[in-house]
Design a protein around this ligand. Structure first.
Ligand code: ZN
Ligand code: ZN
Length: 280
């Protein structure tokens, strides 16, 4: 039943429980393969990312749990790495040299006109304030900046899975209703997914907000396109709470099957494999 998840946080970053609690929850729910992907360090401290000083403990704890639960579940260690700028992204050596099983790449941050870092992966209210106060209400510019960074991330490489590929769409489309139907935006998305397909990355179907907001990332309207482009997908819950590791997974698998996907990617015996979708 494709009980896997590779996008999961824990108390090493902004997750709300120790790593072992996520592993125990995965075992209790019959998951066969599970990966931890704490937010990778940035050049500055934040409340949601790890610091480099924590890295040895993070890797050691993953190793300990892999061993402890080897008979019950396949455990993997990854990171969710941000594209911040040319000096801090998944392609740089400090990340490439880590002994990780896989890497997720995401964009959460933009620079405003004053070169100040702003976090656009936020609530709708906060997003409105940021667009209005940091970008003079120019949502089109914010959208373009966001995807420009994602294009650069895709170009630079150093990762396996693209995380929540169009996450900003929900806030942006609420800020400007109808945005997703605007031709320029649609063209941008087609170019974006074509670039991703060209590089051969896996794209996650991120289910984190499905129960609250009713949308996946990427938005379901692009799944036919993903299929046409031959993009391999996997279903990830981006869980920050152990009780949410399975949220939206069955719904995502059904919706993938509806657009013609027959397989999802799973990590088994250390290799990414295409596994047939089994609907519950
Ligand atoms: Zn993220
Ligand atoms: Zn995440």
């Amino acid at each position: 039943m494709n009980l896997t998840n590779y996008h999961s946080h824990c108390s090493f970053c902004d997750g709300h429980a120790p790593l072992e609690d996520f592993v125990k929850a995965a075992i209790a729910q019959g998951f066969t393969s599970y990966g931890i992907s704490s937010h990778a360090p940035l050049p500055f401290s934040t409340r949601w990312t790890m610091d480099w000083s924590q890295m040895p403990d993070y890797l050691a704890e993953c190793r300990r749990l892999k061993k402890k639960y080897a008979k019950e579940i396949e455990l993997y260690v990854g990171l969710e790495i941000d594209y911040l700028n040319e000096d801090s992204n998944p392609a740089i050596d400090p990340f490439r040299n880590l002994p990780l099983d896989y890497r997720i790449a995401s964009v959460h941050l933009l620079y405003d006109d004053n070169d100040e870092v702003v976090d656009i992966d936020c609530s709708l209210d906060k997003f409105r304030t940021i667009v209005d106060e940091h970008f003079d209400g120019d949502i089109m510019r914010v959208v373009c900046l966001y995807y420009k960074r994602l294009f650069r991330l895709v170009d630079l490489g150093g990762f396996d899975i693209l995380g929540h590929a169009d996450k900003m769409h929900y806030n942006a489309n609420t800020y400007r209703p109808g945005l997703l139907d605007e031709p320029w935006y649609d063209t941008l998305m087609h170019d974006y997914f074509a670039a991703i397909a060209n590089k051969g990355y896996m794209v996650e179907i991120n289910t984190k907000a499905f129960h609250q907001l009713g949308t996946f990332y990427p938005n379901q309207r692009y799944w036919n396109l993903l299929k046409e482009l031959g993009i391999r997908v996997l279903v990830n819950s981006d869980a920050h709470y152990p009780e949410r590791i399975n949220n939206g997974r069955a719904e995502a698998l059904r919706a993938l099957s509806d657009v013609g996907y027959t397989h999802v990617m799973e990590l088994h015996q250390g290799c990414w494999k295409e596994v047939a979708i089994t609907l519950s």
